[in-house]
Write a new protein. Structure first.
Length: 308
C-alpha cells in the first residue's frame, strides 16, 4: 500500500489484517528524491547496502535520531539552568582590563518535561523486485510495535512525502555488503589539534556557540591523551565525535547535544551507539557514563590513565 500524505496518526487502517506479520516501510525509485537522499546522509550514487540513521532535518527525523521532550503545560513551572559561553572584559588593575571567557549557568523558568527516547531507525538502499528502493529493516507488527511502525512511516512521509508498506512474504533479498554511513572514520595517522578543530567547526557550524565551545574544550582535553582513532558522526549522528585508544580498547564518545553525558565504550562502540541511552544505562552497557560537571575532567583523566 502506498501512502501519500504529511503524516498518519493510526496504522490500523493501513494494515487491517496484518497483525503478527513482518513488514517494511519502503520508498521505490529513490533517485526521484536525489537531493533529499543526499541531505539525510546517503551518497550521490545511492549504492546498494548504504545504511544511515537519517540526519535530523525535520521534527520526525530529529525525534528518530535524538528523541524529543513532551512538555507538561498543565503543571507548575520549575527552575532549570542553561549554560552560556560568555566573553567579557574583566578589571585587571592599574586602569587596565582583560578579556575573559567562561561558562555561566543562567536560570530560567519552564514547564516540566518528559524525554521520549529515539528509536534510531536506520534506512538503507534496498531492492524490491530488482528496482532500487530505500527500506527499513523488517518490523514485526504487534501492538507493542505500533508506535515504532507509525514513527517509521512518518519519518518517510516527512522526508519524501510518500512511502509504501510491504508485508511478508518479501521478494528474495539481494546479497549486498552493508555500507554504514553513520560515521566518518579518519584514516590512521597523526592529526594536529587544529586539523581536528577545523573538521569540528565545519560539522558543528549550525550549533549554538555555547554547544560548540563546550564540545571543543572537552575534546581538546581528551585529545591531549593522544588518541589513535578518530571518528566524526554523520547523518543522524551529526554532532558526535569518537576518540579511540585502540590498544587500551577504550573509545570516548562526546556529543554536542545538550544534557548528553560522555560515554566510554569498548571496541563495540558503534553497535552501542545505536542503543537508546536508557538501555545503555539500565543494562550497564559500556565502560562508563560521565556527567558534565566540575568533576568531568578528573573522571576522564582517571579512565584514560587506568586504561594505559
Amino acid at each position: 500500500m502506498i501512502i501519500k500524505r504529511k503524516r498518519i496518526n493510526k496504522i490500523a487502517k493501513y494494515l487491517p489484517n496484518d497483525l503478527g506479520k513482518n513488514l517494511k516501510v519502503t520508498l521505490q525509485d529513490p533517485a526521484r528524491f536525489a537531493e533529499k537522499c543526499i541531505e539525510i546522509g546517503f551518497s550521490q550514487d545511492l549504492n546498494y547496502g548504504e545504511r544511515v540513521i537519517p540526519k535530523a532535518i525535520n521534527f520526525s527525523a530529529k525525534a528518530n535520531a535524538e528523541g524529543y521532550f513532551v512538555v507538561h503545560k498543565d503543571m507548575p513551572k520549575i527552575t532549570r539552568f542553561r549554560q552560556h559561553y560568555w566573553t567579557r572584559q574583566e578589571w585587571a588593575g592599574r586602569g587596565e582590563t582583560r578579556e575573559v571567557s567562561d561558562y555561566v549557568d543562567v536560570p530560567y523558568q519552564c514547564y516540566p518535561r518528559t524525554f521520549v527516547p529515539p528509536y534510531l531507525t536506520e534506512i538503507f538502499i534496498d531492492s524490491n523486485e530488482d528496482v532500487k528502493a530505500i527500506s527499513t529493516d523488517e518490523i514485526l507488527y504487534t501492538i507493542e510495535n505500533e508506535d515504532r511502525i507509525k514513527r517509521s512511516i512518518n519519518l518517510f512521509l516527512s522526508i519524501f512525502g510518500e512511502c509504501e508498506l510491504l508485508v511478508e512474504p518479501f521478494s528474495q533479498p539481494t546479497s549486498v555488503p552493508t555500507i554504514s554511513l553513520n560515521w566518518e572514520i579518519l584514516p590512521p595517522g597523526d592529526y594536529p589539534w587544529q586539523k581536528i578543530k577545523d573538521l569540528l567547526d565545519d560539522k558543528l557550524k549550525d550549533k549554538p556557540t555555547t554547544h560548540r565551545q563546550l564540545m571543543e574544550d572537552n575534546l581538546r582535553f581528551i585529545f591531549e591523551y593522544n588518541p589513535d582513532f578518530k571518528a566524526f558522526g554523520s547523518a543522524g549522528f551529526l554532532g558526535y565525535v569518537v576518540f579511540g585508544f585502540e590498544k587500551r580498547n577504550t573509545y570516548v564518545l562526546e556529543s554536542s547535544i545538550p544534557d548528553n553525558a560522555t560515554y566510554v565504550f569498548g571496541s563495540d562502540w558503534e553497535d552501542l551507539t545505536k542503543q537508546t541511552k536508557s538501555i545503555i544505562i539500565n543494562q550497564q552497557l559500556g565502560k562508563a557514563r560521565i556527567i558534565h560537571n566540575e568533576k568531568w575532567k578528573k573522571c576522564i583523566a582517571e579512565i584514560l590513565e587506568e586504561s594505559k
